[in-house]
Design a protein around this ligand. Structure first.
Ligand code: HEM
Length: 436
């Protein structure tokens, strides 16, 4: 069989395991009433998943299903994510699965994706440590000081474009546009590719979810392949004519520090995808939450220094990434519950951020909450979000400038359409009236 044929078989098998198999079992759990499985498969749950998360909390701090362990508990989530001894991300790294399953789960060795090795998100130390060291520098608070003016400028340009209009879809025109412009500039991806990357990113976003239909899976894979092909050509250009951006530096690094082609593509895809598919949700939810909250808006207008706190509380209140997971690397016990090596544990980040044991009155958006920044919206431990400082800067600048420019902005009732995704929480579209 040709290598293409082998990869087609592998892709089919992977879909059968990860989506058909896991999807069928999780849907069964949902039918039997498991609240987290219901959250995953009832699209109505996107509007307000929090009652389901409360229900899950009633079942215990950590619970076991036929598929995985689940926790909604803030302390357990924080501890598990920080415990690199007992928990990791690399599926099958510790053996235990049938060889065929491991082969299928490894994915196409020529195709980079954000969820498979060598993506940072999918490798454990020491490999993870090496990759992370190579990409950390542009995202430190110090390096980001230089980006701050550009974020402000970009946001201003986008706001100029919508000024004078009566009503706009603020996700399509602003919340979705700012993050892609900022991360593309940091990475050196040309401006004429922004719309194309937004389209590819949008189609590929369900890659983080389980239970995809075969059609959806093919569309996701198609977009990922298209992005791979674009980066292969882009890297060849950067080798010939390097720019002053992080991808040029990675491509032309010293041989000791150089990533191979697949590693380069995985890194570029993750930085770009994580850079805009998440922050759009922070901005969109920010408009939806703050739009109708006149008291909070008045306080923010009177004291703009409150914006960082407003964004921390937003990250807690409407976490843009709702779910992550870990595999047990060894037999372990969490809060009295035994978890065997290779068993998966689903960490519900958004639910943990509404844990009443840590955040009293969790379902209230509260600018005065003293511990908002204890949220786990950016995860914790070695995989703590590399772009957290950038995302917060975009959140603060993007929302502040929007509400300063349009102090009478009004969110149109019932206009919000949620993204139909399990892992990412945000709006597909949200109509606002700019001046009333
Ligand atoms: C509000 C916006 C954002 C949220 C809520 C968010 C959330 C997260 C979370 C939860 C993880 C870790 C997942 C896990 O532990 O399994 C993560 C990792 C990551 N994020 Fe973000 N992110 C955001 C924005 C960004 C931006 C702007 C970038 C741009 C560089 C970025 C780049 C990354 C990278 C590279 C990782 C992988 C880190 C690693 O595995 O070492 N993120 N993010």
């Amino acid at each position: 069989m040709s290598s293409r044929g082998v990869e087609a078989v592998r892709s089919q098998l992977r879909w059968l395991i990860l989506h058909r198999g896991a999807g069928t079992l999780t849907r069964r759990l949902a039918r039997n009433g498991n609240p987290i499985a219901r959250y995953m498969f009832e699209s109505g749950a996107r509007d307000n998943p929090y009652p389901l998360f409360d229900e899950a909390r009633q079942l215990g701090r950590i619970t076991q299903t036929s598929m995985f362990f689940i926790t909604t508990d803030h302390t357990i989530v924080s501890n598990v994510l920080r415990d690199g001894q007992s928990f990791g991300v690399q599926i099958g790294s510790s053996g235990g699965m049938p060889r065929l399953v491991r082969w299928a789960m490894r994915g196409d060795p020529e195709l980079a994706s954000v969820v498979d090795p060598p993506s940072l998100l999918a490798v454990d130390p020491p490999t993870h440590t090496r990759y992370r060291r190579l990409v950390t520098k542009p995202f430190t608070p110090r390096a980001l000081q230089q980006v701050a003016d550009r974020v402000e400028e970009r946001a201003g340009q986008l706001l100029d474009r919508i000024a004078g209009r009566d009503s706009v879809d603020i996700v399509a025109e602003y919340a979705g546009q700012l993050p892609v412009a900022v991360i593309a500039e940091i990475l050196g991806v040309p401006e004429d590719m922004h719309a194309q990357f937004l389209a590819w990113g949008h189609t590929a976003a369900p890659v983080l979810d389980i239970g995809l239909s075969h059609r959806q899976y093919r569309e996701v894979t198609g977009s990922i392949k298209a992005m791979n092909l674009w980066f292969i050509e882009h890297f060849a250009n950067l080798r010939r004519k390097p720019g002053d951006d992080i991808l040029s530096q990675l491509v032309n690094a010293d041989p000791d520090d150089r990533l191979n082609d697949l590693e380069l593509r995985a890194t570029a895809l993750l930085l770009l995808g994580a850079g805009f598919e998440t922050t759009v949700n922070l901005l969109g939810s920010g408009v939806a939450v703050l739009g109708p909250d006149e008291k909070a808006r008045d306080r923010l207008a009177a004291d703009p220094d409150l914006w960082p706190q407003a964004v921390e509380e937003l990250l807690r209140f409407e976490s843009p990434v709702q779910i992550t997971g870990r595999m047990a690397l060894q037999d372990t016990v969490v809060d009295g519950v035994a978890i065997s090596k290779n068993q998966p544990l689903v960490c519900m980040l958004g639910a943990a951020n509404r844990d009443p044991a840590v955040f009293p009155n969790p379902n209230v958006y509260d600018l005065d909450r003293p511990n908002s920044r204890d949220h786990v919206a950016f995860s914790a431990g070695v995989h703590y979000c590399l772009g957290a400082n950038l995302a917060k800067m975009e959140g603060v600048t993007g929302l502040r400038l929007l509400f300063e420019r349009f102090p009478n902005l009004e969110v149109m009732p019932h206009s919000g359409v949620r993204r139909d995704l399990q892992s990412l929480r945000g709006y597909e579209s949200l109509t606002v009236r700019l001046s009333v």
